[in-house]
Design a binder for this molecule. Sequence first.
Ligand SMILES: [Zn+2]
Length: 101
Amino acid sequence: MGANIEKIYECEVKRLFRKGRFSKEWRWMLKPVPEAISSADAKFRCKHCHGALKLQSKLLSDNASPHVVHKSRQDSEYCPAGIYFLLSKDGRLPRLSLKPL
Ligand SMILES: [Zn+2]
């Protein structure tokens, strides 16, 4: 595996919290990827750009740490954690996802 592969080891998951006596609210929490996977969370988002992430299961081998990548290439192009952003040499600035979760 080369270095030019996006690997994100932490992601935000949505959790329901009790708020006061009768109400609950959804909040994003930062979790290590293995923990996010083992819970039933359906949605992961990037802590930097808030874009959707997906589990990179195809690349997983026994000695690889579970990690996630941006679902959208566009997010990866403008996220500080995105491989396309990191490889870009045009001095572009990071920005939030165009379709934030
Ligand atoms: Zn991102």
